[in-house]
Design a protein around this ligand. Structure first.
Ligand code: PMP
Length: 455
């Protein structure tokens, strides 16, 4: 039994403080130096916090954040349940830090087949806590103070703060839209890099380029020609390529997703990043992976080992079984990787029609489950505020969720601070949603159109 001898610790501390002349209790004393590390300066604001909260408060229909509102396939859920409640109770314990053996083995087989090379599960694959942690490992492992990292705009927003946290300097290069031919809707393919502009961004400080194809938010699927341009520059300037391919299976209209690592000279300098969240419609499981040469992955392992260390065993086991099934059914109509894009393409077409009918001009995505639409025609409903710091599309998206109950994300969220006003009349919709959700969104838009057009 513990006995308290003499005055309590609290009493002792209070005594000490009053003898030192402090007027308040020590827990209220403020530190005078900044508590946050310098690497956090300027990256503390995050658009998702604000827009997710707005959607939770006001939305009747949420087409904002990128996740399906339909379940993952039965075979995947069943694999999870088997892993969770089956005989093998070791699945509740730690597994190999760099990836559960059954998962890295099947990923090596699967991606080996796609890339046409023999992959070693132990050195060419590493499992991460979602693609998010894979990205974090890459920037921490490769980027030093003063290194430049090229990011193609619009971009998945975490690339910029992650580069900065590693001490690097993001260098932005935009996809520039070309006007479509008369009367045609724009396609994500109309957004292209200016080759001369891209060339001008590479120099001896360029450590890496981040490529995201299919691209969030536009849905652009980079063509072979565009990838060759990037690859040639990477080889010429000895630059790494962080290739975020989380939407690799979500391509439409017979388009092909080309892996930049398969181009000449690129395997040795590319890390491929994938996500079971996007691949199997299970974003909450947070299973991701990296595939690449050991000379790069060995450094990702160092970061992973010393930060996260490990990803949930049961979820890895279930994803391994999901890939096993997909390997057996590869290319067949029953394959989830064939079925999911087919279903999503219908949803995309449906949303395209719905937006086009009300005058919110959609940019037809070639891939992903996102669609960006032009809101210019709706400007009279949400007037511009001259000299406001907030980009117009951000105010529009906030107004729309509060007044119409429809949640989306402004395109400016996918640009760096200096470029947020360059393309500020677009919003992003996520169409990985049940038919009923998309129908409810359509009802809101149709009703709004009637209100706007009736005298
Ligand atoms: N990269 C891109 C382009 C994404 O859109 C996302 C998720 N929205 C991620 C990475 C993160 O994926 P995960 O959920 O597997 O961490």
């Amino acid at each position: 039994m513990l006995r308290r001898a003499g005055p309590s610790l609290r009493h002792f501390l209070l005594e000490r403080k009053s003898s030192a002349g402090y007027s308040s209790y020590s827990s209220e004393a403020k530190m005078s130096r900044p508590v946050q590390a310098r690497r956090l300066e300027g990256i503390d604001k995050n658009i998702w916090v604000e827009f997710v909260k707005l959607a939770a408060t006001y939305s009747k229909v949420n087409l904002g954040q990128g996740f399906p509102d339909f379940p993952p396939p039965d075979f995947l859920k069943e694999a999870f349940v088997r892993a969770l409640s089956g005989e093998n109770h070791m699945l509740h314990q730690y597994t190999r830090a760099f990836g559960h053996p059954p998962l890295v083995k099947i990923l090596a087989q699967f991606f080996g087949k796609l890339l046409g090379r023999d992959l070693d599960p132990m050195t060419n694959v590493m499992v991460t806590v979602g693609a998010y942690q894979a990205l974090f490992c890459c920037f921490q492992a490769f980027v030093d103070e003063g290194d430049e990292v090229i990011i193609i705009e619009p971009f998945f927003d975490c690339y910029e703060p992650m580069v900065k946290m590693a001490g690097g300097m993001p260098v932005f290069v935009p996809l520039r839209p070309k006007a479509p031919k008369d009367g045609k809707l724009m396609s994500s393919a109309d957004w292209q890099l200016d080759p001369a502009e891209l060339v001008s961004k590479f120099n001896e400080r360029t450590k890496a380029i981040v490529l995201n194809s299919p691209n969030n938010p536009l849905g652009k699927v980079f063509s072979r020609g565009e990838l060759e341009l990037i690859a040639n520059l990477c080889v010429k300037h000895d630059t790494l390529c962080i290739s975020d391919e989380v939407y690799e299976w979500l391509v439409y209209d017979g388009k092909e997703h080309i892996r930049i690592a398969s181009l000449q000279g690129m395997w040795d300098r590319t890390v491929i990043i994938g996500s079971a969240g996007k691949t199997f419609s299970a974003t909450g499981w947070k299973v991701g992976w990296t595939v690449g040469p050991n000379r790069l992955l060995q450094h990702l392992r160092t970061v992973h080992q010393n930060s996260v260390y490990h990803c949930a065993t049961v979820a890895q086991e279930a994803v391994a079984q999901g890939f096993q099934r997909e390997l057996e059914l590869y290319g067949k109509p029953e394959s989830y990787f064939v079925q999911l894009p087919k279903e999503l393409q219908q949803k995309r077409d449906w949303l395209v029609q719905s937006l086009d009918a009300v005058g919110m001009k959609p940019i037809i995505p070639e891939g992903t489950y996102f669609l960006v639409a032009d809101i210019s025609e709706f400007k009279s409903d949400v007037p511009d505020v001259p000299d406001s710091d907030e980009p117009y599309d951000s105010r529009f998206a906030k107004w729309m969720v509060k007044n119409k109950g429809l949640a989306t994300i402004p395109l400016s969220a996918f640009y760096c601070g200096a470029h947020k006003n360059n393309y500020n009349h677009f919003i992003r919709f996520c169409f990985a949603k049940e038919e009923a959700t998309l129908k409810a969104a359509n009802d809101i838009l149709q009703k709004w159109k009637l209100e706007r057009t009736s005298p």
